[in-house]
Design a protein around this ligand. Structure first.
Ligand SMILES: Cc1ncc(COP(=O)(O)O)c(C=O)c1O
Length: 396
């Protein structure tokens, strides 16, 4: 059954949109996968928030995160009343630079959120060693890395807990959703208590998510490269007909009312069917990534060293990234721009999100140069070949 059909069938059951057996079933599947307790929520950012609240991390506390990230990571820290402390990245991996991380630990640090950027594992041994030395909790951010292994062990099983995201453009997607995987059994009681107090997911938000999904499947994809079409899409987002990934409030560090909430049961069947395809999806994306790594020869582009995780994105760095992205769009290529600025998106107010411009130079440089090569599900090698030609001929 197609994604649209799975979703459409679940939506027919109007009384079960918020709660029901399907989300319990999805939870059990994840518990079996991670061999520990898992709690479902309505997004990855909600999962981060719930973990902080459950641990009573707030006013006066610091939480370490990397600067090459999405606003959805610092925001829940700010909502909880704590302070995000930004760490620079290693330009070869786009993950936290360990030395900088070590230097940012203070007596106020309560938690390190460690991001496995685009599916590449962070250096877990070193991070766990630091955390143990200082008595700090570790939360793995697996929003990009579901299904990836590090030294034959599943990411998400190293930290005290891990968050997952099933939002748009993630490893698997059921429109919106997230989970908290709790590995440290001492924290389970508090987490469970906090999560059981969550309100149900807003029906209005659910409808807007569904509208967004079907609009992209039917119309938006076809008109995206057309100037008028693009204007229409932007207009619909601007006037709130459709859910944006980052709301206006989040751009300035405020919390929209729909976070956190429980996982919408209406999306659980879709989540389950997506999960059944997890390995297939990861294999497909990896094959396209290896194809790019093998065939891109233009020395002006810097492709990051290969890794054995998963490739949610394949990044090529180039000093003229904005120009290249504009030209690629004119040619009808689905390039991406995660993350073309530290604390994505560009419209996010860096100061309100606690980031001092200039403080993480590697993250800022990488962001200015970031180009995501297309590796959406279903891309053909013919299309990927055209991308390779476009890149190899750039600047000639
Ligand atoms: C690294 C990272 N962590 C967490 C999140 C939050 O996930 P969600 O969109 O489900 O709230 C995102 C969202 O894009 C992300 O990129």
């Amino acid at each position: 059954m197609t994604k649209s059909m799975v979703l459409f069938n679940s939506l027919l059951n109007i009384n079960n949109w918020q709660e029901g057996e399907d989300s319990e079933k999805f939870r059990f599947i994840l518990e079996d996968y991670f061999k520990t307790k898992v709690h479902l929520v309505n997004s990855g950012r909600s999962a981060i928030y719930c973990f902080l609240k459950a641990l009573k991390i707030g006013e006066g506390d610091e939480v370490i995160i990397q600067a090459y990230t999405c606003n959805a990571v610092p925001n829940p820290i700010i909502w909880a009343g704590a302070k995000p402390v930004y760490v620079d990245i290693d330009p070869e991996t786009l993950n936290a630079a360990i030395d900088d991380l070590a230097s940012k630990i203070s007596s106020k640090t309560k938690l390190i959120i460690i991001q496995h950027t685009f599916g590449r594992s962070a250096e877990m041994e070193k991070i766990l060693e630091l955390a143990k030395k200082w008595g700090i909790y570790v939360l793995e951010d697996c929003a990009h890395s579901l299904g990836a292994l590090y030294k034959e062990r599943r990411l998400g099983t190293f930290g005290d807990a891990a968050i997952l995201s099933f939002g748009r453009e993630k490893v698997i997607s059921c429109l919106t959703g997230g989970a908290l995987v709790v590995n440290n059994s001492k924290l389970e009681k508090e987490v469970s208590l906090f999560i059981s107090s969550l309100p149900p997911f807003s029906r209005r938000q659910l409808i807007k998510e569904v509208l967004n999904f079907f609009s992209w499947r039917t119309i938006f994809r076809k008109i995206y490269f057309n100037k008028t079409g693009d204007k229409l899409i932007k207009f619909l987002y601007k006037f709130d007909f459709i859910n944006v990934v980052t709301s206006k409030k989040e751009l300035v560090g405020e919390k929209p009312f729909w976070y956190p909430a429980s996982f919408p049961n209406a999306l659980a069947r879709l989540a389950i069917s997506e999960f059944e395809n997890l390995d297939k999806y990861n294999r497909q994306r990896n094959e396209v990534a290896y194809y790019y790594l093998k065939n891109i020869k233009n020395p002006d582009f810097s492709l990051l060293p290969a890794h054995d995780g998963i490739y949610l994105r394949v990044v090529a760095l180039h000093k003229d990234a904005p120009e290249i992205l504009a030209q690629a769009r004119k040619r009808g290529f689905w390039f991406g721009n995660w993350y073309n600025c530290p604390i994505y998106p560009e419209a996010a107010d860096k100061e309100k999100l606690g980031y001092e411009v200039g403080s993480c130079p590697n993250a800022e440089k990488a962001a200015m140069e970031t180009i995501d090569l297309p590796n959406y599900l279903g891309i053909s090698f013919e299309e990927a070949g055209k991308v390779v030609d476009f890149i190899n001929n750039w600047g000639k």
